[in-house]
Design a protein around this ligand. Structure first.
Ligand code: PMP
Ligand code: GLN
Length: 400
């Protein structure tokens, strides 16, 4: 068995990925959603909305099925969706993409990440610098690619990286700097100086920036700034996004990536053997969504900002300390005032004690760094306001 450093290891016995403790772990999201289902607790764990997205988008998918859009899409995605993605990048960010060469539609952001990392990484001499805590699929994909994860800590309460620690992590061994902005699980939006430092270091060490921006339309103050728009960034950046969060269709798994054509072609080489193509009738529906007026996108962010505020008030009233997120679905709360010393234990008993499910931040950290997040819990705000109110009422009983 060959061991790969990181939170996961790859095994040679055909069993695929195993958790670092040797068990075949289910993801924390599956575990916690299962716990919510078996206990009837309110699921503020897995990040999915409990309301449908825009009706025109849902109708467009139904209409596409009725129209017979039911066979394989082209490997890169349908031309109209590629065009809609290019239009979206220009309308919101002033980025001008060639739809035929600079974009690929993928099976969610997850496939975009996996294909990108598998295409760019080649064995244990390649390092991927990632901000910790990190979305769990990152460590798994880096392990699949046989590369090494190098972490830069994000610390409570603002979760911005230290620029010197970031500089120390990036070396000539760094093949990829993996960014997630807005950030899951912390809700951080990186400061301009952080983005600039990432680009500077990528240029200095000839690294590729892979940026996961699935929460691009869930920024609460001001506009989202894609790293690809910074001077010097475009030619070395792969930008990833997904329809799941923007149109409340996480189950459709339509994502995309964009970047300079040579990088995109390398990734397509891998992607064509992962899924080849997916979600034919959903692709025209997402093209419809991406062309919705600006107000739709502004309302989405404003609605989630209100939900963030509702959740934050409830958590504070229950005795948690709260890090106010600047974006994403998520709020991180410190449960130490409620007696927590181990977030995983706290979250496993929370459904029984309070009828609410959250995700321990330790699930987003490598084994050697888990103690830094030992009392922190991630709660999802992407739920109906009445659900958030009920969760708040239940959590308030914790300290009673
Ligand atoms: N990246 C991040 C940061 C996420 O939070 C998620 C899912 N919530 C994904 C990627 C996966 O996106 P998708 O469902 O489109 O594969
Ligand atoms: N991205 C979602 C979250 O962070 C979960 C997706 C999944 O279950 N893999 O909650």
């Amino acid at each position: 068995m060959r061991e790969i450093p990181g939170a996961w290891r790859r095994t040679a016995d055909g069993a695929g990925l195993r958790a670092a403790d040797g068990t075949i772990g289910s993801t924390i999201f599956a575990e916690m959603t299962g716990l919510a289902a078996s206990t009837g607790a309110i699921n503020l764990g897995q990040g999915f909305p409990d309301e449908d997205g825009p009706a025109v988008v849902l109708d467009a998918a139904r209409e596409a099925i009725a129209r017979g859009v039911n066979q394989y899409a082209p490997g890169r995605g349908f031309a109209d969706l590629l065009t809609a993605i290019a239009e979206h990048q220009e309308r919101f960010y002033g980025l001008r993409l060639d739809p035929e060469r600079d974009i690929i539609v993928t099976a969610g952001a997850t496939e975009a990440l996996a294909a990108t990392l598998l295409a760019l990484l080649d064995g244990p001499d390649n390092e991927v610098v990632v901000f910790e805590p990190y979305y769990d699929a990152y460590a798994a994909a880096v392990a699949l690619a046989g590369a090494r994860l190098v972490t830069v800590p994000l610390r409570w309460p603002d979760f911005q990286p230290d620029l010197d620690e970031l500089a120390a992590a990036v070396t000539d061994r760094t093949r990829v700097i993996l960014v997630n902005d807005p950030h899951n699980p912390t809700g951080a939006v990186f400061a301009p100086a952080v983005r600039e430092q990432i680009v500077r270091l990528a240029e200095r060490h000839d690294a590729v920036i892979v940026t996961d921006e699935v929460y691009e339309h869930l920024v609460f103050d001001g506009a989202h700034v894609p790293i690809a728009t910074l001077p010097g960034a475009w030619e070395r950046t792969v930008s990833i996004s997904s329809a799941g969060k923007t149109f409340s269709v996480t189950g459709w798994k339509i994502g995309w990536l964009s970047g300079p054509a040579p990088l995109v072609s390398a990734i397509l080489t891998v992607k064509q053997y992962l899924t080849y193509a997916n979600g034919s009738p959903f692709q025209p529906a997402i093209a419809t969504g991406l062309r919705l007026p600006r107000e739709f996108f502004a309302d989405l962010a404003a609605t989630l900002r209100d939900k963030r505020d509702t959740l934050g008030r409830g958590l504070r009233a229950a005795g948690f300390a709260v890090s106010d997120p600047r974006g994403s679905y998520f709020t991180v709360a410190d449960a130490s005032a409620l007696g927590a010393t181990d977030a995983a234990d706290f979250c496993r008993t929370l459904p029984e004690r309070a009828g609410v499910v959250g995700i321990p931040l330790t699930a987003f950290a490598s084994a050697e760094h888990r103690d830094q997040f030992a009392t922190l819990v991630r709660f999802a705000a992407c739920k109906r306001v009445d659900v958030l109110d009920e969760a708040s009422r239940r959590l308030a009983l914790l300290g009673a």
